[in-house]
Write a protein that binds this ligand. Structure first.
Ligand code: T46
Length: 136
């Protein structure tokens, strides 16, 4: 499974840093929705689902967390602790965010409006969908 991490969206000069996220320029889709997540209880997990269609790009603005990806064939863990990387979250990839630091703030850019029917929230359903090839 290939997990894409994008960079080269920071403008730095002697005054500091400025980050620009531009749809269909430095992230590979038009941005339809932006949300951010912060202020977690201890040891909480977020995510734990896959999407049918929605493509997303995530930046850890502050703090750190571990993101686990699972495509039903293999798993991959990415540790996010820098606001200088954009992590792509593609459809049909089960993703979980764990080990969220107290100060962790995640911002997510999505290419679709929120639609609960785009979520696969049961891991068993996800495995079935991936096995039966309904994913293509
Ligand atoms: C994802 C990961 C990275 C809305 O009403 N509109 C929205 O745009 C979103 C994102 C969520 N919601 C509602 C749905 C739930 O009632 O907010 C509540 C919490 O959402 P959820 O449990 O899906 O949150 P996470 O942190 O588990 O997942 C979120 C995104 O939903 C998801 O698409 O990929 O972050």
């Amino acid at each position: 499974m290939k997990v894409e991490i994008l960079s080269n969206f920071i403008k730095s000069d002697s005054r500091g840093n400025l980050a620009v996220v531009e749809g269909s320029k430095n992230i590979p889709f038009d941005i339809k929705r932006v949300y951010y997540i912060w202020d977690y209880p201890k040891n909480i997990m977020r995510g734990a689902h896959a999407h049918y269609e929605t493509r997303q790009a995530m930046i850890c603005l502050k703090g750190s967390c571990k993101v686990t990806f699972d495509d039903a064939k293999s798993k991959k863990e990415i540790f996010l602790d820098s606001n200088k990387s954009i992590l792509m979250i593609e459809p049909y990839v089960w993703h979980e965010m764990q080990s969220l630091s107290d100060d962790c703030m995640l911002i997510v850019f999505a290419d679709k409006e929120y639609n609960e029917s785009d979520y696969i929230r049961s891991y068993e359903d996800f495995l079935d969908i991936m096995k039966t090839g309904n994913a293509s």
